[in-house]
Each structure stands twice: as structure tokens, then as C-alpha cells.
Design a protein around this ligand. Structure first.
Ligand SMILES: Cc1cc2nc3c(=O)[nH]c(=O)nc-3n(C[C@H](O)[C@H](O)[C@H](O)COP(=O)(O)OP(=O)(O)OC[C@H]3O[C@@H](n4cnc5c(N)ncnc54)[C@H](O)[C@@H]3O)c2cc1C
Length: 459
């Protein structure tokens, strides 16, 4: 705890310095899953030392954790006590602080909502350098209002995260469905069954052998079904496996289940291969390069976010069919990942899309036009985009969707107006900012084999 206090005091000192000069700063914590290009390396507060778990309280079921602890470490440590956070995002390198500041959901969100719902207390260095805490009793407006504000109110330095009981395995049932209606009805019916722990849909579209697969998980301590591991390097990635496997149930170690999209980075790894077939050998050869953390570096360094639609959309449940129809007609990108999210007062669905369309790849104007259309439709359907992704909103449009008044009030109350606003952080800047240069063997290979190279002609 002393080391923690010392580190936080040092961060507070730095922040106070920036506050006195009214000089905006950004945060560096060592890694990122955001697709925004890196900012200039000036005016940075480095918090990368805050990467420890300070306590796991098994009696009251909570963990005290610093913000830069990645999800795989958090899950590994809590599982030792047969506990886990209620919602763990699918990529192991996502950090607690980044997940809280950027919001995240997963296949348990139908029950537990977003990751931040489990945060009951936090410590924060405010933008004026004051160290304070917020909980549901003390500064509740700060605890609730800071979620999703991407570090524009202060730097979180410690969290208390409520945990739920966990078992060693998940029995995962794959239910193939032949239509959108069947997919949504099946997901609803599974949720109503009330004794499941995880549910999500993978949508492959009308042209695939199966329109979609609903994957329903139940935590279990006993293995009643054949045991499976997803981590074998040549094995199909999870989205491929779900399509091929048919209507079966299998037993999976819970750690592997939670990070099932790590290999292949959901489906982004596919785009590294261009026309090269994806098979046991190619997966095996590129296994480490296509894990999510390495793929994020590829996405950043090769500016894939300039050409690929990497978007997560949160849509009210009743508008989900309209959204799926629109995505099919206008994008035709598959697979899509569908997660129901329990969120007061109504249930929403998160729809994750990763891919490209023939008419927009390497055509910046068309790419922007299509993104703008997506933003319009999401708004019309009463939804929101996850802000880690590419955004073209004008400032007025943005604040029509996201709650400006509450946000401004919070920034004024906590002296944060001198920091860049959420809008300034997420808006797409036409002028490209610094991104790390592609380096390493696989980056070199992917520059020649990826979908972009295929379309462009490799150098
Ligand atoms: C390709 C891709 C796939 C994704 N898939 C999923 C998914 O399947 N499910 C899901 O729920 N989400 C998904 N996300 C979203 C992801 O969970 C969020 O972008 C999350 O914020 C990333 O966490 P990070 O640790 O990489 O944080 P970063 O990207 O580094 O940070 C996110 C924001 O939080 C701020 N921040 C970080 N730490 C702190 C702190 N201590 N105090 C204050 N502010 C801080 C940063 O400044 C930044 O603005 C995906 C994102 C990408 C790019």
C-alpha cells in the first residue's frame, strides 16, 4: 500500500503542475486497445507502475486493484479464490482502468450490465491534482459520471471491484440458428431460462452454412461434456469453431472461455492473410502474431482503422432487427458479435463489427461516407457507438447523443475543463497523428499478405 500511495502522490504532483499551467495532458499506461492514433508524446502523465492487485477479500467478495492490471492477470488471481469480476472483456490485455474509462461488456452482460457496474469504490487524482475517493455514498455523481469519459475528468488510481463466485469450467452449448428471428428468439429464451451465466450470438449472415450460432454458457465445477481447449495454435479460432461445430455442448476451462477471442483477435487476424488460406498451418505459423495484443499493434501501426470498420454499437433491444438488416444491406460484414446488455431501464444489444467492404477499402471518401451513414442510423435507432472506434460526428451531433450537460457539470465541479473533452479525444482528425512504425517480422509479412496489400499491390 505504501508503494501505491507513493506512486499516486507522484502522479498527483505531476497533474497539479499541468493544472497550474492549464496545460492539457494525456495518459500513458503502457498499452492500448483503442484504434485512435497515438498522440504526440508531450504532456503525458505516465501511470504504468500502477499495475498491482492489492487485496482480494474472499469474505466480502471484492478485489482492490490498480488501473493497469490487465484482465488476464485479474481473472487468474481471482479464480484462485473461485471468484471473478461479473463482466470481463474478451481481450486479456485490456486494463481495469481502460475498461472503466472506456466501458466494456461481454457475454455475461445480459445479467451484470457493463464492467463498471461492479466498481463500488474508486480512488482518483482529479484534474487539479487532488487525490480523492468516490463510492455510492461519497461523491456518487463522480463514480457514476466518470464512466466512459476516457480520462477527461481525472486519473483513476485504484478500484474496488465486486466479484461473483466462479467455477473451473464453463459448459458451452452451441445452438445453430437459421434466421435473424430465430437468433433473437433463441437468445431471449436462453436468458429467460434464468440459470445460464453467459450468452452471445455470432451472426454469419444468410450466405453462410448457418445464419448464426447462439453460444450459451453455464459455469460448472464438474466436467459432464467432452473437454476442449481453445489455445492449441493451429486450431480454428473461436468464431470459425462455432460455425463448424454443430449443435453440441462442450466443457471449457473458464479462463479459456473468457478469452476465447484472443487467438485471431475475434476475426481481425483473418485480414492479415489476404488470399492465403486460413488453415491449421497458417494459424500455427502466425499464432503469436494474431493474438489480440499483437493484432492491436498491427492495427495501430498499419493504420487499419483508416480502412476497416472496427465498431461496437449499443442498440435498444427492439431496434436490433432493424440494425442487423441495415448492417447486412449496407456492409455485409460477417461475423458480427451480438451481446445482450442489461441496462436500466431497458435491455440493449451490443453489436460488434470488424471488417471491410469492397467499395470503401483504400477509398477514404467512401469510407468516411459509409461511417457517417452508420452514425446516422445508429442515432436514428436510439443507439450509441462505443467511443474507442473511429468517429466522424460533428461536435453538435456528438452532444445530441452523449449527455453534455451532466458531463460539463462534472468537469466544472472537478476542475477538468482545461483537459481535452471526450469529443476532442474521439473525433477523427483528418491530419494523421503519430502512430508507431510497423516493425518486427510479422508486421513486415502482414504488409505483404494482408487484405490491404492484396488491394493495393504489395510493396
Ligand atoms: C479491436 C477492439 C476490440 C474490442 N472488443 C471489445 C469487446 O469485445 N468487448 C468490449 O467490451 N470492449 C471491446 N473493445 C473496447 C475496449 O474494451 C475499450 O476500448 C477499452 O477502453 C480498452 O481498454 P485499454 O486498457 O486498452 O485502455 P486504453 O485504450 O488505453 O484506454 C481507454 C481510455 O481510457 C483512458 N484511461 C485508461 N486508463 C485510465 C485511468 N487509469 N484513468 C483515467 N483514464 C484512463 C485512456 O486515456 C483512454 O482514453 C474493443 C476495442 C478494440 C479496439
Amino acid at each position: 500500500m505504501d508503494t501505491h500511495r507513493y506512486a499516486v502522490r507522484e502522479i498527483a504532483k505531476e497533474v497539479r503542475g499541468f493544472y497550474e499551467q492549464k496545460r492539457p495532458f494525456r495518459l500513458y499506461h503502457g498499452s492500448t486497445y483503442s484504434t485512435r492514433a497515438m498522440h504526440d508524446p508531450h504532456a503525458i502523465v505516465n501511470t504504468s507502475d500502477l499495475n498491482h492487485i492489492l487485496d482480494i477479500n474472499t469474505a466480502s467478495k471484492f478485489v482492490i486493484v490498480e488501473p493497469n492490471v490487465p484482465m488476464d492477470q485479474l481473472l487468474k488471481e481471482t479464480l484462485k479464490h473461485r471468484l471473478m469480476p461479473p463482466v470481463v472483456p474478451a481481450f486479456p490485455g485490456t486494463t481495469v482502468g481502460g475498461t472503466f474509462a472506456g466501458t466494456a461488456a461481454g457475454s455475461s452482460s445480459f445479467k451484470h450490465g457493463f464492467f463498471d457496474h461492479a466498481v463500488t469504490w474508486m480512488e482518483i487524482v482529479l484534474a487539479n491534482g487532488t487525490i480523492t475517493t468516490a463510492s455510492r455514498q461519497r461523491h456518487p455523481e463522480l463514480l457514476a459520471g466518470i464512466v466512459g469519459t476516457l480520462g477527461t475528468i481525472g486519473i483513476t488510481t485504484l478500484f474496488q471491484v465486486q466479484l461473483v463466485p466462479a467455477t473451473s469450467n464453463v459448459d458451452l452449448r452451441y445452438i445453430p440458428v437459421i434466421s435473424m428471428t430465430e437468433a433473437l428468439d433463441t437468445m431471449d429464451a436462453c436468458i429467460k431460462e434464468n440459470h445460464i451465466d453467459f450468452v452471445e450470438g455470432l451472426i454469419y449472415g444468410e450466405k453462410a452454412p448457418s445464419y448464426g450460432v447462439i453460444a450459451v454458457g453455464k459455469m460448472t465445477a464438474n466436467r459432464e461434456h467432452s473437454a476442449t481447449s481453445f489455445s492449441s495454435p493451429g486450431a480454428p479460432w473461436f468464431y470459425e469453431r462455432a460455425l463448424q461445430i454443430g449443435n453440441i455442448t462442450e466443457s471449457i476451462p473458464i479462463f479459456e472461455y473468457v478469452f476465447r477471442y484472443d487467438r485471431g483477435s475475434f476475426c481481425m487476424g483473418r485480414h492479415c492473410f489476404g488470399r492465403i488460406p486460413l488453415n491449421n498451418l497458417t494459424r500455427r505459423l502466425t499464432n503469436s502474431a494474431t493474438h489480440s495484443q499483437n493484432m492491436e499493434q498491427t492495427i495501430q501501426s498499419m493504420h487499419w482503422a483508416d480502412h476497416f470498420f472496427i465498431q461496437d454499437l449499443v442498440i435498444p433491444q427492439e431496434s436490433t432487427p432493424d440494425m442487423l438488416r441495415y448492417l447486412d444491406e449496407s456492409f455485409g460484414i460477417y461475423p458480427l458479435r451480438l451481446c445482450p446488455i442489461r441496462q436500466w431501464p431497458e435491455t440493449h444489444a451490443s453489436i460488434g463489427m470488424r471488417g471491410y467492404t469492397e467499395d470503401t477499402i483504400l477509398n477514404a471518401a467512401k469510407f468516411k461516407e459509409k461511417n457517417r451513414d452508420l452514425e446516422r442510423v445508429v442515432q436514428e435507432l436510439g443507439g450509441m457507438k462505443w467511443l474507442y472506434s473511429r468517429n466522424y460526428y460533428t461536435e453538435n451531433e456528438f452532444w445530441d447523443i452523449y449527455p453534455q450537460l451532466e458531463y460539463k457539470t462534472l468537469r466544472t465541479k472537478y476542475d477538468a475543463q482545461y483537459l481535452p473533452s471526450v469529443y476532442e479525444k474521439v473525433k477523427y482528425a483528418e491530419k494523421r497523428t503519430r502512430a508507431p512504425k510497423p516493425k518486427g517480422f510479422w508486421n513486415w509479412v502482414f504488409r505483404r499478405t494482408s487484405v490491404l496489400a492484396m488491394k493495393h499491390g504489395s510493396e
